[in-house]
Design a protein. Structure first.
Length: 84
């Protein structure tokens, strides 16, 4: 079955009928027992798709794109006055 639409409306429909669990890797699908239900895979957007949408002035729903950084800053303290 293929469902098209924005991610929020699709997840709303699915959440009403199914238990929805998020995983951050597709490796989960290898361990998913077929008798436990259905597995929904949402394809990630490509960099080119995001750039094209930005150039066309289109925006995606919040949390549609995910950004991975090779590092993680912790305990960065900035005065609010410095942000404006």
């Amino acid at each position: 079955m293929v469902i098209n639409g924005d991610s929020e409306s699709i997840l709303d429909i699915l959440s009403d009928k199914y238990h929805v669990e998020y995983v951050d890797t597709l490796d989960f699908s290898k361990e998913f027992p077929p008798d436990k239900g259905e597995l929904l895979y949402r394809r990630s957007l490509t960099k080119d798709e995001v750039i094209k949408a930005a150039l066309e002035g289109r925006t995606y729903a919040p949390k549609t794109t995910r950004h991975y950084l090779p590092f993680r800053y912790q305990d960065i303290r900035v005065k609010v006055a410095h942000l404006f």
